[in-house]
Design a protein around this ligand. Structure first.
Ligand SMILES: Cc1ncc(COP(=O)(O)O)c(C=O)c1O
Length: 455
C-alpha cells in the first residue's frame, strides 16, 4: 500500500494543508469551544484510545433542527453514522425516529427505545434476522430497494408497511453522491413492473424513499436535492396510482470538517421544507440524518507513544489509528481536517506535525502537516469531529487491537457506554482445531467438526 502525501489533489485546495488549517485568522468554533478540561479528565480516568461523545452537542444539533424545520417533519437518525447503543439511546430520548440498514442496527434501534412505527429498515439486503425482527415488530416500516426484493418480501408475507426506495434520476452534487449511476433503489423505468406486481397482491406500499447523497454543506444543494427527490416521488406515485402516506426525502445535511468549511444554513432549508409539507399535506414528510446529528459530538482521544519524523516534519505515533477512525481518510480529512487539541498544553510556537497511528500500515495517518507544539510521549490528543462514520466505519479487526472505550459526557457527568475490550475478548467465539483433518484432531472449544457429504 502506498503512503499518502498531503497534496493539492488530496486537499482539494491549492494552499498547503497547514495554511488552510491555521492561517485563515479564525479558530474554528468546535476547537475554540472544546470541553478541554473534561476531555483531559476522561483521558486520565479511562485511558486512551477512547471515544468521548458530548451529549450537549447532540442535543444542540437536534434543537437546531427543531428550531428551523417545520414541526411536521419526521426526523430520523441514520444509525449507520454511529450505531453505539448508548449514543442511540440519547437520540431516541431526543424524540427522533430511526433509519436502519441491518438486523444489528434494527435490534440496536429497538433496544435504544426508538418508536417502532418510526423505524425504517432499508438497504439492499434484508437478512433472515432482519425479516424475523420486522415480523416481531410489525409497526416498523420497510424500504424496498429493488424489484426482486419487492417480490421476495411479498412472497414472505410480511405485514409491515413499505415504501419503495427510488433511484435518483437526476445528478447528485453531494460530496458522497448517489445519483443516476447509483446501485441503490428502483429505477423509474421499473415502476410499471412494480405496479403490476402490487396489483396481484395485498402488500401495502405507502410511499417512497429517496436518498441522493451525503455531506452537503451548501443549503442550495440540499434544497435542490429535496426538490428533485419530491418531484421523483410524486411522479412515481402517479405511475403506481397511489396517494403517498409517507415521503422520505433523504437529507445529506453536512458538517464543517475543514477550518474553512462553513456550518450548513438551516434557515432556507426550513423554508423549503415548509413549502414541501404544505404542498403534500397530509403526507408524512421524513428526513433521515446521520452525520449532522453526531459528527461534532465525538472526540477521539489518543496518547503519544513515540516520536518520529516523516517527510521532513516532526511526527508522533499514537496508541490509536485509522482502525478506529477511517472516515477522516475517506473524505481526505487526514489532510484538511481540524487539528487535534493537545490536552493540558497550550499550542505555543507550533510546527508542522504528522500524527501517525499504531498500525503497520503506511496510510495509518490521522492528520498530516498540522501545526502543533513539540509533542512528548504521554501527551493526550483530542481529535474533533469523531462522532460519525468513525469507530463503526473503520477496519476494527485489522491487527487485532482491542476496541476502544466509548463514553458519553455532559458538563459534569461521564457515562461509560463501552468498556475497553480485553485482548482475551478478541478471541471470543473462535476455536483452534489441533491436527485438523487427522484422526487425532482435537478441538479446544465445544464447537464440533462436521462431515459434509461429498459432492
Ligand atoms: C440511505 C441512507 N440514508 C441516510 C444516510 C445518512 O447520511 P448522512 O450521514 O450523510 O446524514 C446514508 C448515508 O450513506 C444513506 O445511504
Amino acid at each position: 500500500m502506498e503512503a499518502q502525501t498531503c497534496s493539492a489533489t488530496s486537499c482539494g485546495s491549492t494552499t498547503t494543508c497547514a495554511d488552510s488549517q491555521v492561517d485563515n485568522g479564525e479558530i474554528p468554533a468546535l476547537i475554540a469551544n472544546a470541553p478541554v478540561d473534561m476531555l483531559a479528565r476522561i483521558a486520565e480516568t479511562y485511558g486512551t484510545p477512547t471515544y468521548a461523545y458530548d451529549v450537549r452537542r447532540v442535543q444542540a444539533q437536534i434543537d437546531g433542527l427543531r428550531a428551523h424545520l417545520p414541526s411536521e417533519i419526521d426526523l430520523l437518525y441514520s444509525l449507520k453514522a454511529n450505531p453505539s447503543l448508548g449514543l442511540c439511546g440519547v437520540i431516541a430520548d431526543g424524540g427522533l425516529g430511526a433509519d436502519v440498514a441491518s438486523a444489528g442496527e434494527l435490534q440496536t434501534a429497538l433496544k435504544a427505545g426508538f418508536a417502532p412505527e418510526r423505524i425504517f429498515s432499508n438497504g439492499p439486503y434484508k437478512s433472515p434476522e432482519t425479516i424475523a425482527l420486522m415480523r416481531s415488530a410489525p409497526r416498523t416500516i420497510l424500504s424496498i430497494d429493488s424489484v426482486s426484493e419487492l417480490e421476495k418480501l411479498i412472497a414472505l408475507g410480511l405485514s409491515n408497511r413499505a415504501v419503495l426506495r427510488l433511484r435518483p434520476d437526476y445528478p447528485s452534487t453531494a460530496s458522497c453522491g448517489i445519483g443516476q449511476d447509483s446501485r441503490f433503489g428502483i429505477g423509474f423505468d421499473e415502476l410499471e413492473q412494480c405496479r403490476e406486481i402490487l396489483a396481484s397482491s395485498d402488500f401495502s406500499v405507502v410511499g417512497f424513499h429517496v436518498f441522493s447523497g451525503s455531506q452537503m454543506t451548501d443549503s442550495a444543494a440540499v434544497i435542490q436535492h429535496l426538490r428533485n427527490a419530491l418531484d421523483l416521488s410524486l411522479r412515481a406515485a402517479e405511475v403506481l396510482n397511489i396517494e403517498p402516506e409517507i415521503l422520505n426525502l433523504g437529507g445529506g445535511f453536512g458538517v464543517p470538517y475543514g477550518a474553512t468549511d462553513r456550518e450548513l444554513d438551516l434557515v432556507p432549508i426550513g423554508q423549503e421544507l415548509r413549502n414541501i409539507v404544505d404542498r403534500v399535506k397530509p403526507t408524512r414528510v421524513v428526513i433521515e440524518l446521520g452525520r449532522y446529528i453526531v459528527a461534532q459530538c465525538g472526540w477521539y482521544l489518543t496518547s503519544v507513544v513515540g516520536l518520529q519524523s516523516r517527510g521532513g516534519r516532526q511526527a508522533a505515533v499514537v496508541d490509536g489509528g485509522v482502525h478506529h477512525r477511517s472516515e477522516i481518510c475517506s473524505l481526505g480529512m487526514f489532510a484538511r481536517g481540524l487539528p487535534p487539541i493537545t490536552l493540558g498544553r497550550t499550542n505555543a510556537d507550533p510546527t508542522p506535525t504528522d500524527i501517525l497511528g499504531c498500525l503497520c500500515l503506511p496510510h495509518d495517518v490521522l492528520v498530516e502537516s498540522t501545526r502543533l507544539t513539540g509533542l512528548a510521549v504521554g501527551d493526550a490528543l483530542a481529535f474533533p469531529n469523531g462522532g460519525a462514520y468513525s469507530l463503526s466505519a473503520s477496519p476494527l479487526s485489522f491487527l487485532s487491537h482491542p476496541l476502544p472505550v466509548e463514553v458519553l459526557f455532559d458538563g459534569a457527568t461521564v457515562g461509560l457506554i463501552r468498556p475497553r475490550q480485553t485482548v482475551e475478548a478478541l478471541l471470543h467465539g473462535q476455536s483452534c482445531i489441533r491436527n485438523f483433518g487427522r484422526p487425532d484432531a482435537t478441538n479446544d472449544s465445544d464447537t464440533s467438526t462436521t462431515q459434509l457429504a461429498a459432492e
